[in-house]
Ligand binder design. Sequence first.
Ligand code: NAP
Length: 242
Amino acid sequence: MNCALVTGGSRGIGRAVCIKLAEQGYHILINYKGNTAAAEETLAAVRAKGADGTLMQFNVGKEEEVQNVLGAWIDANKDKQIEVLVNNAGIRQDMMMFQMSTDNWKNVIESSLDGFFYVTKTVLTGMLLKRYGRIVNMVSLSGLKGTPGQVNYSAAKAGLIGATKALAQEVAKRNVTVNAVAPGFIRTDMTEGLPEKELSAMVPMQRFGTAEEVAEAVSFLASKGASYITGEVLNINGGLYS
Ligand code: NAP
């Protein structure tokens, strides 16, 4: 059975990606941190597409949890192959750097950058042995341009962009591709409370994007058809580059 693992699959962009990959026929491994009710809603939506899934609760930023849940699942399911990995889990804890606590810094780096390392390392060997894999990392416009009030988040996403480009070159020979998508403003829980009307005025398309619009691009990069694209960062931002 071929599986797709989506971290942070319980809500927002991750949920939309789970649903889209279910359309490609994958068994979806839906990771989440704590919101079981939301993860169950994602699973129901995956099933409504005629596919199936498995809930996997672990904090991507904690190596031991990743090993105990994901590592143990891989060991116990040798007949199943994780062909697609979407490193989507992430949080933001915005504030100006002079006010930022060490915890604010570490929490954000942990969820986006450390999480990428622990989860990808755990599934990569299987992809290399099978000589097939698709890894898509969720970065952000902030990781490309830097956003004031988001020194932690911008650093985490810029770090993930560097890791994407480096890993892409390490594993290309084995038909494992590694790409990133960089959304601008997308309407999810993460952007709830932002002044959408004001911010939309800065976007050439004059609106926030939807999780489904991001999922379309992830789905393409995760597909067999994207076989000669690797180390790429695809912007999904309605034209907002600065
Ligand atoms: P969201 O609606 O807040 O959802 C976040 C998801 O990540 C939830 O499923 C949450 O699980 C999970 N999560 C958070 N920390 C985790 C951890 N340590 N371990 C495992 N799961 C964790 O966010 P979103 O807007 O969909 O964002 C998804 C990704 O897109 C993030 O990486 C974000 O940085 C990136 N992004 C978003 C935007 C935007 O405008 N929304 C723009 C650029 C990039 P629980 O439900 O269990 O809490």
